[in-house]
Design a protein around this ligand. Structure first.
Ligand code: HMG
Ligand code: MG
Length: 315
């Protein structure tokens, strides 16, 4: 254990977490979610996606989110952009960080963004030119880094090539998405070994969905391999509209609890985060997918709503 370790969490709840909800979610709720997440100490919160509302209806209020967002100093609010049209709208909305998203699987690329992997990289090139001119930083995603819902297993070399291409285009960081959550620590570490042959670990993030319950184990295996940035979604919300059956991201609460146990600092207040997990779950009429949130909320209820109980700390 290295007590000085810092782990950066990119909170993707307001975007990845909500994009797949079939029920309309009011913009007010999304904005309050972002504010609550900030209050718990998260400093990078993916706010929305400037994608086509025909493809992802839940993100239709992207411009309103950006217009009404109260930006806090020290907090960044990246947004997804699939093309130049999305970038221009994001910049008009005041975005200073955007994310492009590619895939390591041809079939997923076609279903998700209606073009091949090579076409997507060509489509991104002008985004980087314009972003550079406007002083906007660009993050990159690679989806299906272990498996694809249409093609099955994905080779680590494929992931390495796409991640390398995104780095060459100018991404400051590349997030590796196990979109359908089929990875295990063994396959994730094999994939990371291949990718780090091309992209340094310090420029990589893990983005693990939890469909098979492996996401926390995959975060831990990646941490042991040297990764220090993880995407996570409060309450384990999420899924991808173009990956049927995929569940949410690893829950932010679970990552914070894991890191506390490892002595790594995330800067996040677990009590406050768990409260937000309970709040958004109530708003969506469900129980939190996060085991940590369920355990801590149950303990809190038993203790009559008391907070700051020492029993709530990981051992
Ligand atoms: P297309 O149909 O090929 O695009 O879609 P097009 O250029 O032919 O345009 C079609 C229509 O969309 C036109 O409108 C455009 O104006 C409009 P119409 O003339 O028909 O009225 N349009 C847009 N509208 C708003 N914003 C835009 C935009 N661009 C075009 N930016 C496109 C191509 C990429 C637009 C579409 O496929 C799309 O929006 N896909 C997004 C899919 C998506 O958001 N998926 C989820 C996010 S990725 C993910 O979750 C994975 C991740 O979490 C990592 C992991 O887990 O692996 C990141
Ligand atoms: Mg995702």
């Amino acid at each position: 254990m290295h007590s000085e370790d810092k782990v950066r969490i990119v909170e993707v709840g307001p975007r990845d977490g909500l994009q797949n909800e079939s029920r309309h979610i009011r913009t007010d709720i999304k904005l309050e979610l972002i504010e609550r997440l900030e209050r718990s100490g998260l400093t990078c919160i993916e706010a929305t996606a400037f994608v086509s509302p025909k493809w992802v209806p839940q993100m239709v209020d992207h411009s309103e989110i950006m217009a009404r967002l109260t930006r806090k100093p020290g907090v960044s609010y990246p947004v997804l952009v699939p093309n130049l049209k999305g970038l221009e709208a994001a910049i008009a909305g005041g975005a200073s960080e955007v994310a492009v998203f590619a895939a390591a699987s041809e079939a997923f690329s076609q279903r998700n963004i209606n073009c091949s992997i090579a076409e997507s990289l060509n489509r991104f090139a002008p985004i980087f030119d314009a972003a550079r001119r406007e002083g906007v930083s660009v993050r990159g995603y690679v989806s299906c880094v272990v498996g694809c819902p249409y093609e099955g297993p994905v080779s680590p070399q494929r992931v390495r090539d796409v991640a390398g291409a995104l780095l060459d285009l100018g991404c400051h960081e590349v997030s590796l998405g196990d979109t359908i959550g089929v990875g295990t620590p063994a396959s994730i570490v094999r994939m990371l070994e291949a990718v780090t042959g091309r992209v340094p670990m310090s420029r990589l993030a893990g983005h693990y969905h939890d469909t098979y319950g492996m996401a926390v184990a995959n975060v831990h295996a990646s941490y042991v391999s040297g990764m220090r940035t993880f995407d996570a979604s409060v309450s384990g919300l999420g899924g991808c509209p173009y990956a049927a059956g995929a569940s949410g991201n690893v829950a932010t609460e679970d990552v914070v609890y894991l890191m506390q146990g490892l002595g790594a600092d995330t800067g996040v207040d677990l009590d406050s985060l768990v409260e937000t997990s309970g709040w958004i779950s109530d708003a969506l009429d469900r129980t939190p997918a996060s085991r940590v949130a369920r355990a801590l909320l149950a303990k809190r209820e038993k203790a009559g709503g008391l907070r700051g109980n020492q029993d709530l700390r990981p051992v």
